[in-house]
Design a protein around this ligand. Sequence first.
Ligand code: PLP
Length: 408
Amino acid sequence: SFNADVVPQAPEDALFGLMAAFRRDEDPNKVDLGIGAYRDDNAKPWVLPVVKKADDIIRNDPNLNHEYLPIAGLADFTSASQKLILGGDSPALKEKRVTSLQTVSGTGAVHLGALFLAKFYKTDSQPTAYFSDPTWPNHFQIFSNVGLSHKTYPYFSKETKGLDFDGFYNSIQNADEGSIVVLHACAHNPTGVDLTQDQWKKIAEVIRAKKHFPFFDTAYQGFASGDLARDGWAIRYFVEQGFELCIAQSYAKNFGLYGERAGCFHFVTSPSADAQSTVGRIASQLAILQRSEISNPPAYGARIASLVLNTPELFAQWEDDLRTMSGRIIEMRKALRSKLEELGTPGTWNHITDQIGMFSFTGLSEKQVLKLREDSHVYMTKNGRISMAGLNTHNIDYFAKAVDKAVR
Ligand code: PLP
């Protein structure tokens, strides 16, 4: 019989634990820089005006029903998602080398990709997945849960608080041929440190030379720079170079659809005479995996995103909303850096404005992070990552002074 005594206690999820501690804190000045969700200048969740508009249209549609979606999801949504991430004139789309399934947000897309690779990606030995050090912690458990082993490649330099390019490059070069290389397309989580286009080209070269398989995780397209093409550049470059690859795409941050779980998984096969038949076989296997796990994906968030992506006026309004979010975050980066520099806070702070996206890796030590929490009621993860969206014109002075005090 099942012996429940053998089930050990698992640790609490660090991020969700931090959120709970923040909620318990009754100090009026408390600041939440933990979870990666956008907040407006009043520290409130923001419903994108374009999402509100699309939601109203869908809600008032007399033909709306609550039927199942197909196994691969809403077709208008997955085809618009392909164009969004690959670009409308992508060679892979013209040559019909892409298959896409709607997933349970980005997490579900990473999982579906990992599960597919665990089943079908065979090299001489079982391939290892390489993650950046550090990475979104869920990568580790998603890949181990499907039985893939993983290692890390150097990414963040503690000295420069920027990219350790040589460490990254050498590690990919030394990895066993045919490894899976997980890459953050833009706005790297947790560091906010991205590659330049030249650096991407060099990484693409070594991935090709070593016959590795690139696995892109894109959770911040348009949210990072405010420019969808710029934030999608790395993926489009790899596809133009003819790589076979996969993409896990999330709409949580760029649509503010966190709880709706709208995402997409794409598999792009390399150009060849029988690419279309290959992609058909891959699609058939992905459908079986999806069916056994979630049967079919949730409809509502995908309907909202699909309406916006497929309606030119709404799409243009969405781009405005993206610029609102990314613009406010960029302003907060500038303000934080200049306040710390004005205070003469020990250390250098240029990395705050060099980094991009939702997060900044401040370089604060675990001790300083705990001091900030105890003395100033500021909540951030132990690795010194702050969610930039938690800062606003009302708390930025308070936060800069708190950092100054913790660092001295
Ligand atoms: N991948 C990365 C790198 C992320 O930062 C996130 C969200 O924080 C995700 C994937 C997936 O998020 P979601 O499942 O909410 O779309």
